[in-house]
Write a protein that binds this ligand. Structure first.
Ligand SMILES: [Zn+2]
Length: 193
């Protein structure tokens, strides 16, 4: 009873409504493409480019998916590899903890903005609701380990547990972590407390 489904999160962007309008035009609303595993969250149809600040040798990652709904502050989630490519400092942070993180330039169809902070390498985490947390003996914000199986079996340590009523049991890793464990898009892990 310690099986945790794993999802690999590709690089993505959460936008504030203000930044969304700066990139797509006044009054713009995101178009829902598909629902995500966490209730209320969705992948939007819209994509934008991430551009590093450094002129003239600008690095660009084109067509990065936007996730909705809009948030209080814009957050750009990239892998460690992406951060190195963009020449921004890769800082591992939990979602929403953006103080002191690097900024970047975002390029949309109707505008371009420079954010002062918000680029993070997401802290690996498990989402679950209170019922699931009870079943697995998990507590909000605790750190656990999760082992993957297969040819590149790995144990991920310092996995942050996040308990909220609208969450469903999933572990989220970025593409670097997924690649290291040979997991593409979806996998299975085993909880070690
Ligand atoms: Zn997540």
């Amino acid at each position: 009873m310690n099986k945790i489904p794993i999802e690999i999160s590709a690089r993505h962007i959460h936008l504030s409504q203000k930044d969304l309008e700066a990139l797509f035009g006044k009054g713009y609303q995101l178009k829902k493409m598909r629902e995500l595993s966490q209730l209320g969250e969705f992948a939007a149809e819209e994509k934008i480019d991430i551009q590093s600040n450094l002129e003239p040798k600008t690095r660009k990652i084109p067509n990065v998916r936007i996730l909705g709904p809009t948030r209080k502050q814009t957050q750009v989630e990239v892998s460690h590899t992406d951060a190195i490519f963009l020449k921004v400092k890769p800082i591992v942070r939990e979602s929403g903890h953006l103080k002191g993180t690097p900024g970047v330039v975002l390029v949309g169809p109707r505008g371009k903005i420079k954010i002062k902070e918000g680029v993070i390498n997401a802290w690996r985490h498990i989402h679950c609701n209170p019922k699931e947390s009870q079943k697995f003996g998990l507590k909000n914000r605790m750190l656990v380990s999760v082992k993957t199986m297969g040819i590149r079996s790995i144990t991920f340590h310092k996995v942050r547990v996040q308990v909220k009523p609208n969450f469903r049991l999933y572990m989220h890793l970025d593409t670097d972590e997924g690649n290291a464990a040979c997991i593409i898009k979806k996998g299975i892990g085993y909880l070690i407390i």
